[in-house]
Design a protein around this ligand. Sequence first.
Ligand SMILES: Cc1ncc(COP(=O)(O)O)c(C=O)c1O
Length: 467
Amino acid sequence: MNERLEKDLKSIDQVLNQTLDLGLAYLNRLDSVPTSVEVAEADKIILEDVGLGGSNTIEQFKNKYEKLMVASAGPRYWGFVTGGSTPAALAGDILASIYDQNTQTNKGHGDVSALIEFQTIDLLLDLFELPKDFMGGFVTGATMSNFTCLGVARQWVGNQLGMDIGKDGMTRPFKVLSAVPHSSAIKALSMLGLGSKNIVKVKVLEGNREAIDIVDLEQKIKGLHGEPFILISSGGTVNTVDFDDLEAIAKLKAKYNFWWHIDAAFGGFAILSKDHRHLLKGWEKADSITIDGHKWLNVPYESAFYFIKKEHRLLQVETFQNSNAPYLGDPLDNFNYLNFLPENSRRFKALPAWFTLTAYGRMGYQEIIERNIACAVELGNFIEQHDKFQLLAPVRLNTVCFALAGADADSKTKVFLNKLNDTGKVFMTPTNFDGKSGIRAAIVNWRTTIKDIELVQSLMTEVVSGL
Ligand SMILES: Cc1ncc(COP(=O)(O)O)c(C=O)c1O
């Protein structure tokens, strides 16, 4: 064995303890770690013939890069939709790396990881109050979950039209309807060969809304004269967390022949808020649902899951089967995740979710969701009352979409955001909404409290008065 490897094998305790010390030092000062840093070009690096060994590599990383790690796991990182990691989720994630299982099958010889993934899906169906007629699995993010769900949707429409798209490719086009799909769903359409430009845009409701206009939707459906199609609906748009009327769509689903997909990447967690759970009424009638783990479930990147109705199992296999591997057996007799989703080899992605759900239960998650929503509402109230800011949309859940008020609002908003982010104490991301430059603050971190909101309110006041 190579000398360095042999040494690390003998001193694996030291290498891992050193790793934990480094990680814990970051976590214990997370509140004061900057939320953004200036990063110059990365140094040129060459591969040495003789490596440094684990311990020295950790030291080198620490000296060069540790100070550049931003507090994206912290309570005031409100850019994109970035969750943190609960302690139990971290435990599960670290162990997933240590055990390094290749999560595949629930039967025969192998390991227990696929069974634990099944259990985790059951825990999640309980959390989201969804029936057990969905099957689920873990993928890397909501983008891949949308891709997986829409892949099966494509096979379903093909099947309705007499095509086996998985085998023969698309021999004729069909329609995909949506109002304000997330960019990742559009990307999925492009990856699936359905064409990102081929969406039939349904109108949104009047009054600055991003939710689908159900009347227009029904008209567009009637215009298809019974042709099967895919509907991509939003269980929370990314800008303003507007929800399509899922209950009304469920009724349309009973009348017309379409595949109903809901992207509820973070909005699905509204089920845990007594004031917002009504937004998801009817979602159990969907064919497929996307939800992210690395957002409001607060497990580390990369984690998301899909729920697809069990009745579509065969279509799912037709889409994803790894057909030229006889050693894996018949895909329908021998369940194996690799026949149900894009990846073949798979990390034990369910373990962090299993740990955190087991550790904190429904009430733990309810508390996070309701606290985060209360924080967003508080920030929204502050913005509404401040004469230098304006809300671009009401705070519907956990996201605050706002801009500066008054003359030159567009250019001032951009300058303000840069200055605010430069403080390193909070991070928000830019957006465009209703033809205006805006700012989004998405609060999905289990650590965020009202104290963080108060701190950011003072910072915002300070920065806006200095413009
Ligand atoms: C509604 C929605 N769908 C999909 C995504 C894509 O998620 P991911 O980055 O996990 O792939 C996001 C990300 O913000 C989202 O908000």
